[in-house]
Design a protein around this ligand. Structure first.
Ligand code: TXA
Ligand code: MG
Length: 340
């Protein structure tokens, strides 16, 4: 199959909606990462997502909607208090888990009695969902285990020949996936950390718990996807935690002893390394948005440069830092070095 890349144009949206209605696969841009979309109420179409991605069938998918009213058919019931909060946080990088209605195919929910739903903050994509006439099931548009794609180019690198089309909507603004929040339990619980942190969500929901598995690696995660190795470039990733100077000295030492090392450090540390295309700045430590934005793309970039090991400066696991470290921990297969 030839994978066609479409630019953002109204006529193109109509064509892409037809592909989706016919049960085909279209990669869609969102503010977090690109998604690999199919008609979420068509089991045969949904199955194709798992094949294209090599995704384990026990890992459920998120349904993407274009307006809040679309949720009511998809869940058993939505507490009006939650509906009100969602109308404030959506469209945006938040996925909620609710008891599913009988409309949801088992392929979407992986046999669970809940379903994940999100309204993406990208008008173009909401227009496509609306035209497709059905919620779109969409996991990140990478081969399972690889870094999530944040550009049409990254989608093409993984999915060329495997899907019908890609809608090129430019770079994803945020760069890491949505926060997954379980509203089917009380107090509500974060299953996957993301742009919306525990602190922000508590302003809306009151008490918000963190799934124990996010703190303790020996716990079984409640979100099936969290148990798999993830976000990994071909290169080995090692993350260094601790005082800036000590971390940088350690990274320098290792990079002098070994060949083919890639380095990702904060901008104020970059000047301590020889100038090289394999030394990448992650922006400011005080504003982690740049780090989130470039993380997955930089992993892919390092692979293109045939780097064997990537040494990354970590961040404190609080606020948005917790979400970024969640991705880094998985990319590194928990290979975290604490330099004291
Ligand atoms: O930002 C995002 O969320 C992106 C864009 C494309 O929307 N999507 C995304 O999908 O990251 P995916 O499939 O890569 O991750 C979905 C996560 C997985 O960890 C999955 O296990 C979890 O959501 N999930 C889905 N349905 C669930 C459910 N019913 N209960 C618990 N976890 C669920
Ligand atoms: Mg994913």
């Amino acid at each position: 199959m030839e994978t066609k890349v479409y630019k953002q144009k109204d006529d193109n949206l109509k064509e892409l909606a037809e592909i989706l209605k016919a049960g085909g696969l279209v990669a869609i841009p969102t503010e977090t990462v690109y998604g690999l979309a199919a008609d979420g109420l068509n089991p045969e179409a949904v199955k194709k997502i798992f094949t294209a991605k090599n995704r384990p069938m026990d890992n459920p998918l998120i349904l993407h909607i274009f307006e809040i009213d679309q949720i009511y058919d998809l869940v058993e019931n939505l507490d009006p208090v939650y509906a009100d909060i969602l109308s404030k946080l959506w469209p945006g990088p938040l996925t909620v888990i609710l008891k599913k209605s009988s409309l949801i195919p088992d392929e979407v929910s992986a046999g669970l009695d809940t379903v994940a739903i999100r309204m993406p903050d990208k008008k173009l994509t909401r227009d496509l969902i609306s035209l497709a006439g059905s919620p779109l099931a969409a996991p990140s548009a990478n081969i399972s285990g690889r870094p999530s794609p944040t550009s049409a180019k990254a989608v093409l690198a993984d999915m060329n020949g495997r899907i019908e089309a890609i809608l090129d909507g430019g770079d994803s603004k945020i760069g890491i996936e949505s926060t997954v929040l379980d509203l089917s339990v009380s107090p509500v619980k974060i299953l996957r950390p993301g742009y919306y942190t525990q602190e922000i969500l508590e302003e809306y929901f009151g008490q918000v718990d963190l799934d124990l598995a996010l703190k303790d690696k020996d716990q079984t995660p409640k979100s099936p996807g969290q148990k798999y190795k993830h976000y990994s470039p071909r290169a080995k990733v090692v993350v260094f935690m601790g005082d800036d100077d000590k971390v940088v000295n350690e990274i320098k030492k290792i990079s002098q002893d070994q060949e083919n090392i890639g380095i990702m450090v904060f901008e104020d540390q970059v000047h301590k390394f020889p100038e090289s295309e394999k030394v990448i700045s992650m922006g400011s430590k005080d504003d982690l948005s740049e780090m989130a934005h470039m993380l997955f793309e930089s992993f892919r970039d390092m692979d293109e440069k045939q780097v064997e090991t990537i040494l990354v400066q970590g961040v404190e696991e609080k606020g948005f830092g917790l979400s970024i470290m969640n991705r880094l921990n998985k990319a590194a297969g928990n290979n975290i070095k604490y330099i004291i």
